[in-house]
Ligand binder design. Structure first.
Ligand SMILES: [Mg+2]
Length: 456
């Protein structure tokens, strides 16, 4: 059984098209036309999907794994904008790369959100903070403050599942919460920031004191999350645990299984793993090879497909571990959209794991997306969003704590860049009012200091 390893179907298709221009040494003349052709294919696919026969579109035939598009993408214009700065079309030795394609797609997506962006959801590791570390980018924090000030709701949607232990999430994003205070965000603006842990399980909201407060599940969880039968959850975890054990045996891994209430994972085994498999690999974070982790993910996915499991899940390579969570970011972002009354075409998910072995992959079904590889790129992307979608004209470096405090909220300014404070939300409650059975739930999986991810 052959599986394409770490490839995105659409990106590979685009790369193949662009390669012709490079080989024929006519990039300046033909690259814009190639992007215009891809734009045409996407528009046709969207039109076919709207009429209920997306499977017949030319793009679907060319790229069978093609996902959902929530907005049209002006790809030719985005490429011309990108090329004007980076001059890809003048290169003689380096053909258009995966990153050139990724940046062009990202730019087209940001341009498409002008006038309609209401919700931005962020992945954690390698998106808001570096792998396994805490939030540490003051300028990224400032940019998020500006987004909140301009009426856009933001959420961290992460695999890290600490239940409703607010202090654990506060530890990861402490610098950001502090920035809310330092930049003088109002109570209303602070309350526009949410944290959704365990992919889709635990929702918390920032309060007026910049502390995280849990929101009870009954108030926000979509119908899909309710009523997942316990026997289905147990079956999913059993199938995955059995599959991981077999993989450990086959590949002589020095790893161990970690089972939680809503997740199961394979993590480095340390000295115990070494003793169990003296000639194997995987006792430390650094010794677990990417190929091994991806092999485990693909095996688990196949095993689930062949089982009677019907509930949503997320099996992903966490960089130094493999985790399978009950539920996924499609469920999480979708439930958040319903709670906040925001459409997919007004939602942007920012993440670094969009391959089918990553945990941002499923978010593509319910939101527009941009693909970053580190917090520095996220910071740059937010700069583009603030200038293109939120109408900020000044250099972002001019927005110090004092000037940001004086920045007029979008709603008051009457600017039509973004839809200000348009999302609804329920009111947060104090932790004491959370039902005991909810408060005690553990689970989630992956993320956290144990999760070391690599860029694709
Ligand atoms: Mg990530």
């Amino acid at each position: 059984m052959l599986t394409e390893h770490r490839r995105d179907g659409l990106y590979e298709f685009v790369r193949t098209l662009l390669r012709h221009s490079f080989v024929l040494d006519c990039m300046a003349e033909t690259l814009p036309k190639s992007w215009a052709y891809i734009e045409e294919l996407i528009n046709e696919h969207m039109e076919c999907t709207k009429k209920g026969h997306g499977h017949k579109s030319r793009l679907k035939q060319l790229v069978p794994t093609i996902g959902t598009f929530h907005t049209p993408l002006m790809l030719q214009a985005a490429f011309e904008e990108y090329d004007a700065k980076y001059k890809i079309s003048t290169r003689k030795f380096i053909q258009p790369s995966f990153n050139d394609i990724r940046h062009t797609m990202n730019l087209a997506q940001v341009n498409a959100l002008k006038g309609q962006l209401k919700l931005v959801t962020f992945d954690g590791d390698c998106t808001l903070y570096s792998d396994g570390n805490n939030f540490a980018e003051p300028k990224l924090a400032r940019n998020i403050c500006l987004l909140l000030r301009r009426g856009v709701t933001c959420a961290l949607v992460t695999a890290a599942g600490y239940g409703y232990k607010a202090e654990r999430y506060e530890q990861r994003i402490g610098m950001l919460l502090k920035a809310f205070v330092e930049h003088g965000l109002t109570a209303e603006e602070r309350k526009r920031f949410y944290v959704l842990g365990g992919e889709c399980h635990y929702l918390l909201q920032v309060n007026e004191h910049a502390k995280l407060i849990p929101i009870p599940e009954l108030e926000w969880v979509g119908k899909e999350c309710h009523g997942w039968p316990q026997e289905q959850v147990t079956m999913l975890l059993d199938v995955c645990e059995g599959c991981l054990k077999e993989a450990i045996s086959d590949m002589n891994l020095r790893t161990t299984i970690l089972r939680k209430e809503r997740a199961v994972g394979m993590i480095p085994g340390g000295s115990t793993g070494k003793a169990t498999a003296p000639t194997g690999s995987g006792s430390k974070r650094s010794s677990l090879r990417r190929e091994v982790l991806d092999e485990c993910v693909m095996r688990v996915k196949r095993a689930i497909e062949e089982s009677d499991v019907t509930i949503p899940y997320c099996a992903f390579n966490g960089g130094a571990d493999v985790f399978i969570d009950v539920g996924n970011k499609r469920v999480g972002v979708s439930a958040l959209q319903k709670y906040l009354k925001v459409a997919p075409s007004s939602t942007l998910h920012v993440g670094d794991q969009f391959l089918d072995t990553g945990n941002d992959f499923e978010a593509r079904n319910v939101a527009t997306t941009v693909w970053v590889t580190n917090p520095h790129e996220t910071k740059y992307l937010l700069k583009q969003i603030l200038q293109k979608c939120c109408g900020l004209k000044r250099k972002l470096s001019e927005y110090t704590s004092a000037t940001l405090n004086a920045l007029i909220p979008l709603s008051a300014a009457g600017d039509n860049g973004a839809s200000a404070a348009a999302v609804g939300s329920g009111s947060a409650i104090s932790p004491e009012t959370i039902p005991e059975d909810i408060a005690e739930k553990g689970g989630g999986g992956g993320g956290g200091p144990a999760a070391k991810r690599r860029a694709p």
